[in-house]
Design a protein around this ligand. Structure first.
Ligand code: NAP
Length: 245
């Protein structure tokens, strides 16, 4: 089996996903740059290669069964297996004024769109990549979640957790719950599945507001993507350690 590990990062053309791809590449991984837009994907691949990363583009829209199946075929042709899957692609969904998603006026279409990408997209991609992950000696799956997924923090009036986000925040809670179910299903195997919180990062997603850089936001996902075999599974982590559910 080849020593070089292959990783696939979804939504890797920009922001935290790009930084995760760059970080895993710097650690010697071959990196599949999952991105739905051809131009943005090729630009990211070129940039990563210029930085010395062994990168290849993977056309990937996480909301499309056909696109995800083709992406799995491409990864199989390129690498024959997958060692690391980082489910990073995510959307906030339409926000109201002051970045609020008010539950009392929420358009159900927004909820559906957000869940389709942030939750069903992760299940779709993970299951399509699973046969390739099973060929790895130490498969790692990282789901990029958010601190706003934490019901413990959301329910504590003394914790500053930002505006009400009735579509986005529950979508990440749902993603965390799904992460735990995968971890339970893979209990006793070498497949570790964890959720990472990047913190508040200046990217397109936040209108470039936020104290953290994409590289800082990528750090926990990279750590969970490179865990030793006795590392945790079914955990929800940030820089400072574990986040309460
Ligand atoms: P970003 O700059 O907006 O990047 C999001 C990425 O996801 C883009 O590459 C985007 O591709 C991709 N994407 C969206 N829908 C997709 C789809 N259907 N198929 C494939 N790719 C898709 O946001 P970011 O801040 O880096 O966010 C990355 C992850 O971190 C998300 O899961 C987000 O929820 C999470 N997060 C971010 C923050 C933060 O403060 N920024 C905090 C907590 C959690 P396009 O370029 O084609 O749109």
């Amino acid at each position: 089996m080849s020593e070089t590990k292959t990783a696939l990062v979804t939504g890797a053309n920009k922001g935290i996903g790009y930084a995760i791809a760059a970080g895993l590449g710097a650690l010697g991984h071959r990196v599949g740059v999952g991105a739905r837009d051809e131009g943005r994907r090729e630009t990211a691949v070129r940039k990563l290669r210029a930085a010395g990363v062994d990168a290849f583009g993977v056309a990937l829209d996480v909301t499309s069964d056909a696109s995800v199946a083709e992406a799995a075929d491409l990864v199989e042709r390129q690498a024959g297996r997958l060692d690391v899957l980082v489910n990073n692609a995510g959307i906030s969904g339409e926000m109201g004024p002051d970045w609020v998603q008010d539950p009392t006026t929420l358009d159900l279409g927004v909820v559906r769109t957000v869940v389709e990408t942030n939750v069903l997209g992760v299940i779709r991609v993970t299951n399509a990549m699973l046969p390739l992950l099973r060929r790895s000696a130490s498969p790692r799956v990282v789901n990029v979640s958010s601190a706003v997924a934490s019901l413990t923090r959301q329910a504590d009036p003394d914790i500053e957790i930002g505006p009400v986000m009735a579509a986005y925040s529950p979508s990440k809670t749902f993603l965390n719950a799904v992460t735990v179910q995968y971890a339970r299903q893979f209990a006793g195997t070498n497949i570790l599945v964890n959720a990472a919180c990047p913190g508040l990062v200046a990217t397109d997603f936040t209108g470039f507001h936020g104290p953290r850089t994409p590289e800082q936001g990528a750090a926990t996902a990279i750590r969970l993507a490179t865990l030793p075999d006795d590392g945790p599974t079914g955990s929800f982590a940030e820089d400072d350690g574990v986040i309460p559910w």
